[in-house]
Design a binder for this molecule. Structure first.
Ligand code: 13P
Length: 336
């Protein structure tokens, strides 16, 4: 696939007023989400839940792509239509999470490095055949007393760059996600410094690995106060600090930046994205790739009564897509 084709996919992912829904929870992670709402973690429940999300009416109006998990990429609707077909028919690009999750980084207690490079070339070729147009790899950076270490940042960014180069070789757009966790009592300045150091390291590694930025999407965490910080930065501070940090570290050749929600409430995630876009224009479109902030309300409803609440849960997903789509344009308004 040519760079122009990768570029076209990347640009479609961040088309004006559109963003991504992340439904790529591993079997272990969805187990935790299901347990919280008393749903047994069976393959059929996972399939039925993802069908509810992916077939929400008019989802494609505000959703350009969905990140799936390996199992989900191979599943179909109850009527037997492959999810990837349902998605493409509705203008939603199939994406696939390809990392194997974070593992303890030897020699650095409390820090992690994402694994999954072994056999990745073969897996990517299979995913491309199954219809995946983009992929995701998430690195996790934890802020603590003496962390993150430079080694942790470097090891994670090196892996992200190797992953991204393999994706482009396979004709798949890499979404690179270095998530700086909100866990901790650090203030927003510390989050700024760690995020900036991480992004600079990431773009250094991408450059060294000959990754074409024009065919790459950045999935970023916002610059925000730690969950346990006594003074929480307000919406405008988060928007201003995030945009300042991105401008200081992300090349303008990147076609777009999408944010993760990372444990923010639905409304916060939307309000922060909206506030950032209101202080634009910026060098890149700023949009969303939310997991929890897209799904949580719908999951609650669906879990209470899968059959009776099916349509209502779908309406909630479509509404969250619409609100975040408006926020991607800086046109969202908080309900009175
Ligand atoms: P959250 O929006 O729930 O943080 O999930 C997004 C994601 O894909 C994390 O990798």
């Amino acid at each position: 696939m040519s760079i122009e084709q990768l570029e076209a996919i990347a640009q479609a992912m961040v088309a004006p007023g559109k963003g991504i829904i992340a439904i790529d929870e591993s079997t272990n992670t969805i187990k935790k989400r299901f347990e919280a709402v008393n749903v047994p973690n069976t393959e059929e429940n996972r399939r039925a839940y993802r069908e509810m999300l992916l077939t929400a009416p008019n989802l494609g109006q505000h959703i350009s792509g969905a990140i799936l998990y390996d199992e989900t990429l191979r599943q179909s609707t109850k009527a037997g239509v492959p999810f990837t077909k349902v998605m493409m028919d509705n203008g939603i690009l199939p994406g696939i999470k390809v990392d194997k999750g974070p593992q303890p980084l030897a020699g650095f207690p409390g820090e992690v490095v994402t694994e999954g490079l072994d056999g990745l070339r073969e897996r990517l070729h299979e995913y491309a055949k199954l219809g995946a147009k983009f992929a995701k790899w998430r690195a996790v950076i934890t802020i603590g007393e003496d962390s993150p270490s430079g080694t942790c940042i470097e090891a994670n960014c090196h892996a992200l760059a190797r992953y991204a180069a393999l994706c482009q070789e396979a004709g798949i757009v890499p979404m690179v996600e270095p998530e700086v966790l909100m866990d901790g009592d650090h203030d927003i300045e510390v989050c700024y410094d760690v995020t900036e150091a991480t992004l600079r390291s990431l773009f250094g590694s991408l450059y060294e690995h000959n990754v074409m930025l024009e065919g790459t999407i950045l999935k970023a965490s916002m610059v925000i106060s730690g969950k346990g910080c006594a003074t929480q930065a307000d919406m405008d501070e988060v928007a201003e600090a995030t945009v300042r940090c991105l401008k200081a570290s992300v090349p303008s050749a990147i076609p777009g930046i999408v944010f993760l929600s990372g444990g923010q409430s639905d409304e916060q995630a939307t309000a922060h994205l909206n506030a950032m876009n209101q202080i634009g224009p910026h060098p890149w479109p700023l949009s969303f790739s939310y997991g929890r902030a897209m799904q949580s309300a719908a999951l609650q409803l669906w879990a209470k009564d899968m059959a009776k609440n099916f349509a209502e849960a779908q309406k909630t997903v479509s509404m969250r897509a619409k609100e975040n789509g408006l926020a991607a344009l800086g046109q969202w308004q908080k309900a009175a």
